[in-house]
Ligand binder design. Structure first.
Ligand code: 13P
Ligand code: SF4
Length: 299
């Protein structure tokens, strides 16, 4: 299957972009693997005719919005981010009425419709920097209350209003689970994604995006780590540092939607070109602005 994928990529001038949470064998055939911010930048700059995006819906959708003339395919378009929809109808409009200078800051893990109502998008690797750079004091941070509260800690000069949404996979990681691992591996450093609950963030040695976690582990002199994010990162962590040990909360955090990106599905979509991402013009125009502003402010 890998050989067939390589051949089809060459024939069709296609590139495969993959997030760190997709299965290891898919990361192996990908041309670019990274966190959400990196993948958005790669999608923007790509010169390929076709992008196969192995991730979840908001990622493929963002790639299409940034590249309207390219064919963007997803191996399984039903792969969705559960958090992307978690903003109650009418709430953004209500908040905009309540605060004159409100900036709606939208985590990229959101639907294109939510992006259309937002001033700027952010990812976990640039949220603090971007929120700091905004002129507005009042910020409505959607949809993730956990990333929102992590940002609020780093940017105390802003009034950050939280939305009641979160990633069900990261939110399931508890301080007790992490403590259980820490008791067994007392020398291990705790590396955490900011989508985790505050109680987990507070006991961590490092908090950052998937790339941030991977880079930190590689550069660290420590040999053991407790990883508080989805276990797909293990492939890159172990590849980078085969001599180090990585432990996960029990049960391992696993995003079932990300795992829909199988090698079979990648091959099939390259053969058939049948799972194309389509975004209507109004939505594309509305969502492009906050995405472009993110790429600019996040530089
Ligand atoms: P990153 O941008 O850190 O890769 O996070 C994406 C994501 O979906 C985390 O759950
Ligand atoms: Fe969305 Fe959570 Fe899956 Fe990331 S891990 S894609 S935030 S559901």
């Amino acid at each position: 299957m890998k050989n067939q994928i390589e051949q089809l990529k060459r024939e069709k001038n296609a590139v495969i972009l993959a997030h760190y949470y997709v299965p290891a064998e898919v990361q192996e055939v990908a041309d670019y693997v990274g966190d959400s911010f990196y993948l958005a930048k790669v999608a923007r700059q790509s010169e390929a005719d076709m992008i196969v995006f192995c991730g979840v819906a908001f990622m493929g959708e963002s790639a299409k919005i940034l590249n309207p003339d390219k064919k963007v395919l997803m191996p399984d378009p039903s792969a969705d981010c559960l958090m992307a929809h978690m903003v109650a109808d009418g709430l953004i409009e209500e908040m905009k009425k309540k605060y004159d200078d409100l900036a709606v800051v939208c985590y990229i893990n959101s639907t294109a419709e939510l992006k259309c109502k937002s001033a700027v998008c952010v990812t976990s690797s640039n949220a603090v920097k971007i929120v700091k750079s905004l002129p507005n004091r009042n910020i409505f941070f959607i949809p993730d209350k956990n990333l929102g509260s992590f940002v609020a800690e780093q940017v105390p000069e802003k009034n950050i209003i939280f939305n009641d949404g979160c990633c069900p996979i990261h939110a399931k990681i508890t301080a007790e689970q992490v403590k259980w691992e820490k008791d067994r591996h007392p020398d291990a450093l705790v590396l955490t994604h900011p989508e985790c609950d505050r109680t987990v963030v507070e006991m961590s040695d490092y908090v950052g995006s998937t790339s941030g976690i991977i880079d930190f582990a590689k550069a660290s002199a420590s040999k053991e780590f407790i990883i508080c994010t989805e276990d797909g990162v293990d492939y890159k962590l172990v590849n980078d540092s085969p001599d180090k040990h990585f432990y996960y909360p029990n049960p391992h955090p696993c995003c079932a939607d990300m795992k829909l990106n199988t090698l079979e599905a990648v091959l099939s979509v390259l053969e058939k070109e049948d799972r194309e991402i389509i975004v209507d013009r109004d939505t594309r125009e509305g969502a492009l602005k906050p995405l472009e502003r993110m790429l600019e402010l996040g530089k």
